[in-house]
Design a protein around this ligand. Structure first.
Ligand code: CMP
Length: 136
């Protein structure tokens, strides 16, 4: 059954800083994702706060937003069948120390904050997150 989906992926400042974007993008391609749109940007703290609004009551919210706005990031629209779930499986657990072998966060993540990649957690949020960065 065809269940073509799009999801939003972010290569976070820790990975861009280490020049890992090409390697990570190749992992997406190798795993069957099409890169529909891609851009390298540097978001402000206010933009990061808007993007991560769902986490605004969490104790880590301020650090998270400071971190996302600390350097350039690469934002992408990824497309494939079951893109949302497949991307989450490819990324692995939020905390790299708990992520399975072969996942992006296991390979590249440094800590729960510097976990190298973000991916939408549902089809509904994917639409909101894609609009956030790519609505023109
Ligand atoms: P991400 O998938 O981008 O979504 C929110 C981010 O918050 C998450 O990845 C982590 O990098 C970060 N974060 C920091 N502390 C925590 C925590 N205790 N639980 C979940 N996410 C956390």
């Amino acid at each position: 059954m065809n269940n073509l989906e799009q999801t939003l992926s972010i290569i976070k400042p820790d990975a861009v800083e280490r020049n890992l974007q090409e390697e990570i993008i190749n992992e997406f391609k190798k795993n069957g994702f099409l890169i529909i749109k891609q851009k390298k940007i540097h978001v402000s703290k206010i933009e990061a706060e808007q993007f991560y609004k769902v986490h605004q009551t969490k104790p880590f919210y301020n650090d998270l937003c400071t971190y996302l706005s600390s350097g350039p990031i690469v934002v992408m629209i990824l497309e494939k069948e079951n893109a949302v779930l497949d991307n989450r499986n490819l990324m692995g657990a939020t905390n790299p120390s708990e992520a399975k072998e072969g996942t992006l966060r296991k390979k590249y993540g440094i800590s729960i904050d510097k976990n190298s990649v973000h991916g939408s957690d549902s089809v509904e949020n994917a639409k909101i997150e894609i609009d956030f960065f790519f609505k023109d």
